[in-house]
Design a protein around this ligand. Structure first.
Ligand SMILES: *Cc1c(COP(=O)(O)O)cnc(C)c1O
Length: 443
């Protein structure tokens, strides 16, 4: 049949029998990446302002980690495929790294190496997705990769609230009310992105008791374990694994500031072997068999990265974060529509409440962030992307001079969109009258 080349423009009478999988776009709509790249498109690249915060201004990793990767390449030992669960020495090193704080020690076999924490999230969720009516409890606000992967694996999402007035503790009544006999797991993010808190021993103990009562596994995302700078110490959820099974997720992305290296892990804290008897371990190992293994170079380097990084590297970063928090909270006082209820004690964000009643032409957090990026080239994450309308996340893991520039621009933006107060309105009217007079006098 002759073709004029236009058939592919019209889906209805197309000759092609295939089309894109719509399920991926529904899942991808929930991710941060989609949102951030969407916001980049809204950026005005011609206003002479660099986009902030920029990846070139984040903290540097340590030379020991860089050397470990270079040595792995040069060794010639990292050119083949790795076994699906990861190489033994990397699994051993992660177990040792986590064991310091745990009463029941992990064996190397309890650890699986993944392509960053995100791949661990994918594998854990896929491994729990057998029951077609299963549901999972996710925090609000939360980290949207969980939402995206639950949508994609057809697990129903149920949200439980974090309580701002109680240091972002989990609303355990809300969590219990959200659960039913088809609930398989709850996700706990500790240290918490975006709220910046860490949970106390007592609270985690209650979480474990609740998980046991509900008969669910706790997925504990501890990817920010190395970025804790407040007074309260970080407590790993694995400590409570004899109450309810805990799958601990982590990576070097945040602690070592190398998210592009794509290396992380999941650890089965399960002294009562519940994950084994329920077939979850088998499902995880099967999932690992059908997905590419993370780079062997990074697996080879991982033991040295975990063992040879000097404490001073983390100390320096903690000092820098404390400085960033003080500076940011001080500068935020100039921007009355953004309110930080509590100084963060972990992670690298300010999680702030947005008061749109102080702004003339901005209805919600999404509009705030879109206008901000297009007018001032400052990229903040709207709360709606993290499940909480009316909030905004500001990244502050960057140098003081960059933070100053970010807050200067935020102030300019606020002044431009603020509802003018009485005296200003009056000033505005006087200015208009003066203007008219000038026009009147001119001819
Ligand atoms: C950044 C982040 C991840 C992803 O970590 P990667 O190792 O970069 O994949 C997972 N969970 C939370 C809470 C994060 O902030």
């Amino acid at each position: 049949m002759a073709s004029n080349g236009n058939e592919n423009c019209n889906a209805n009478d197309s000759v092609w029998r295939f089309k894109g999988n719509g399920a991926t776009s529904i899942a991808a709509a929930a991710t941060l990446r989609k949102l951030i790249f969407g916001m980049f498109k809204n950026c005005n690249f011609n206003n002479g302002k660099t986009i902030l915060p920029s990846i070139t201004h984040t903290f540097k990793t340590c030379p020991e980690a860089e050397e470990a990767v270079a040595a792995a390449v040069r060794s010639g030992m990292a050119n083949s495929y790795a076994p699906s669960p990861g190489i033994f020495k990397a699994r051993r090193a992660v177990a040792d790294y986590l064991n310091g704080e745990l009463p029941k020690k992990l064996k190397a076999e309890d650890v699986y190496i993944t392509g960053g924490c995100n791949q661990a999230i994918e594998i854990v969720i896929d491994s729990l997705a057998g029951n077609p009516v299963a549901n999972i409890l996710l925090p609000r606000p939360g980290y949207p990769h969980y939402d995206a992967r639950a949508v994609y694996s057809c697990i129903e999402i149920r949200k439980y609230d974090l309580l701002p007035q109680k240091d972002w503790e989990i609303d355990l009544d809300d969590l219990e009310a959200a659960a039913d006999e088809n609930t398989v797991a709850m996700v706990l993010i500790n240290p918490n992105n975006p709220c910046g808190n860490v949970y106390s021993y007592d609270h985690l103990n209650k979480v474990a008791e609740m998980a046991r009562k509900l008969g669910i596994v706790v997925i504990s995302d501890e990817v920010y374990k190395q970025v804790v700078y407040g007074d309260r110490p970080f407590i790993p959820m694995g400590i409570f694994a004899s109450v309810a099974p805990v799958i601990t997720l982590g990576s070097i992305s945040k602690g070592w500031v190398v998210p592009g290296w794509r290396i992380g892990w999941m650890a089965m804290n399960d002294p009562n072997r519940i994950l084994k008897s329920t077939g979850v371990i088998q499902a995880i190992e099967d999932c690992l068999d059908i997905t590419p293994q993370p780079s062997l170079i990074l697996q080879e380097a991982l033991p040295d990265i975990l063992e040879k990084t000097p404490k001073e590297f983390f100390d320096k970063k903690i000092k820098a974060m404390r400085y960033s928090v003080e500076l940011s909270c001080e500068r935020l006082k100039d921007i009355p529509c953004l309110l930080c209820l509590k100084k963060p004690e972990s992670c690298s964000y300010l999680w702030v409440k947005l008061d749109t009643s102080m702004l003339v032409d901005i209805k919600n957090d999404f509009e705030f962030c879109m206008k901000l990026v297009s007018e001032e080239s400052v990229l903040l994450i709207p709360g709606v992307a993290l499940g909480a309308d009316g909030w905004v996340r500001i990244s502050i893991g960057t140098d003081g001079s960059v933070l100053d520039e970010i807050f200067d621009r935020l102030k300019t933006f606020y002044d431009r969109h603020a509802i003018s107060k009485e005296p200003n309105q009056l000033n505005g009217r006087i200015a208009m009258i003066r203007k008219r007079k000038i026009i009147f006098l001119k001819p």
